[in-house]
Design a protein around this ligand. Structure first.
Ligand SMILES: Cc1cc2nc3c(=O)[nH]c(=O)nc-3n(C[C@H](O)[C@H](O)[C@H](O)COP(=O)(O)OP(=O)(O)OC[C@H]3O[C@@H](n4cnc5c(N)ncnc54)[C@H](O)[C@@H]3O)c2cc1C
Length: 456
């Protein structure tokens, strides 16, 4: 493992664009977008296509944050899954599911319209059970999926192993619709080119250090210059926020990933998995895994780490104890792959909020809107988040802006040190529940009643 590269696999491939030059001087725009991940890029593209003059500033490189580090599961869900949606927005979940389905279709249509080569594979998913007590969960999930119009096929031990051969599987739930796999970095790069074709201007290596109201608009200050914009959309996810409110709602939670060496034809035969579905298990501490187009397996999840103070720093991108655990779990799942090596390992910060889905807020008297909090399921939802953010900045009254999910913000996290203590207690309680056949203890039941939670 020590020889594995510590850069995200997606950023370590051919096709990375040259760095766009940093901002120099002062420029004017209708809209300034801060952050060059999926949320910022979807905002820039949609706004430029509406005819707005758009400047996007990214402090590092495009896809530097979670958008270049994720598993590439592009899901239709806007609510971090049906279970969470049912718990929090039962009255509008049907609408949210329809909007999520339309959002996924619009992502695919954009990729096709702009010829974005990002390995889009509408494979669907299989959730796997590895213990008896998880089987009823799959049944419940299948029932909920069918209720909301999704196809769901329950698989028994033989059925699931016929699709993907692991001695740990005892059941599965296959959902062929609702999720595509994608190379998220190539998606970012393609969206950037599309946004530029529509007139947007993108600068990398340009960190916005402050924002202030100026007249009817906003002035953003960066080391090399400034942007005077009528409106600003903040898409800075888990990074140190430019407006204080974000810090109340969002904590950076680190998630870690391994990628194997390419599998040989014999190794591929040994595991089956010819449907190339996105896989995950159904425990609180879950793994997600998928194949890449060059026949590697990306294997991530399990630990979701919050460190006291919630800083986002490069040192946190590696965590040897988590990498070893992930490696051990991988070999237990696919023992037939023997001692296959890992070519890449990395970590990234997830913008976690207490309701596990995007949240929107206004700052600077409505001149700025922030869209953050996707909590580990933002690859697809980022486009919807961006669309709503633009609606809010334009003061539009739409089906989207009338959603309770959009109008109401989640419960904030308490300040430190209670924040760290609460999250640590919750992580331990979730791990304990996994060891006790899913039974939730008093702490988790209290949080459930309060609508508070911790997930990745
Ligand atoms: C390991 C991991 C696995 C994941 N797996 C999945 C998955 O399989 N499916 C899924 O749906 N989601 C997944 N996610 C979550 C998903 O990646 C995110 O929800 C999504 O990418 C969020 O995009 P974003 O643009 O909001 O944030 P980011 O991609 O984090 O972008 C924020 C950007 O803002 C920039 N920035 C911050 N501050 C400033 C500033 N002051 N000035 C200029 N630029 C600034 C940063 O440099 C960064 O590039 C995963 C996340 C991680 C970390």
């Amino acid at each position: 493992m020590s020889e594995a590269a510590t850069v995200p696999y997606w950023l370590d491939r051919a096709g990375a664009p040259a760095r766009r030059p940093p901002l120099a001087g002062t420029v004017d725009a209708d809209l300034l977008v801060v952050g060059g991940g999926l949320t910022g890029l979807w905002t820039a593209l949609q706004a430029a296509e509406e005819g707005k003059s758009v400047v996007l500033l990214e402090g590092e490189r495009l896809a530097f944050g979670a958008s270049g580090r994720n598993g590439g599961f592009c899901d239709a869900s806007l609510t971090h899954g049906l279970g969470n949606g049912l718990q929090r927005w039962p009255g509008e979940l049907e609408r949210l599911e329809r909007l999520g389905r339309e959002n996924l279709e619009a992502i695919e249509a954009t990729i096709r319209a702009h010829g974005i080569d990002c390995g889009w594979e509408p494979t669907g998913t299989i959730a796997v059970a590895t213990a008896e007590h998880q089987l009823p969960w799959l049944e419940e999930e299948a029932e909920a999926m069918r209720r909301f119009g999704w196809e769901a096929e329950l698989l028994d031990r033989e059925g699931v192993r016929a699709r993907v051969n692991s001695p740990t599987y005892i059941g599965g739930l296959r959902s062929p619709g609702g999720c595509a796999l994608v190379d998220p970095a190539r998606l970012c790069w393609g969206l950037a080119t599309a946004a530029e074709s529509a007139g947007a201007v993108i600068h990398e290596s340009t960190t916005v250090s402050s924002l202030a109201a100026e007249g009817e608009g906003v002035r953003a200050i960066c080391p090399g210059g400034a942007v005077r914009a009528r409106r600003v959309l903040l898409a800075t996810a888990a990074f140190p926020p430019l407006v204080r409110a974000i810090r109340r709602y969002v904590v950076p939670v680190y998630d870690y990933v391994l990628v194997t060496e390419p599998l040989t034809e014999a190794q591929r035969d040994a595991i089956g998995w010819r449907g190339r579905e996105g896989l995950s298990d159904v425990t609180n501490q879950f793994h997600y895994y998928r194949q890449t187009d060059d026949h590697r397996i990306l294997w991530g999840g399990y630990d979701a780490v919050y460190d006291f103070g919630g800083r986002v720093t490069p040192e946190r991108d590696g965590r040897p104890a988590t990498f070893s655990l992930l490696e051990e779990h991988f070999h237990a799942t696919f023992p037939q792959l023997g001692a296959i090596g890992f070519s890449h390992r990395w970590g990234g910060a997830i913008d976690t909020c207490s309701r596990f889905s995007a949240l929107w807020g206004r700052a600077l008297g409505g001149r700025a809107v922030y869209v953050v909090g996707f909590t580990g399921l933002g690859v697809g939802a980022s486009r919807f988040g961006a669309r709503v953010g633009l609606d809010l900045l334009d003061g539009l009254d739409t089906e989207r802006t009338r959603l309770e999910m959009v109008r109401k913000r989640p419960n904030p996290f308490p300040p430190e040190p209670v924040r760290w203590a609460g999250i640590t207690l919750t992580r331990r309680a979730l791990a304990r529940a996994d060891r006790r056949e899913g039974r939730r203890g008093p702490w988790l039941r209290t949080l459930d009643r309060l609508g508070l939670g911790f997930d990745s």
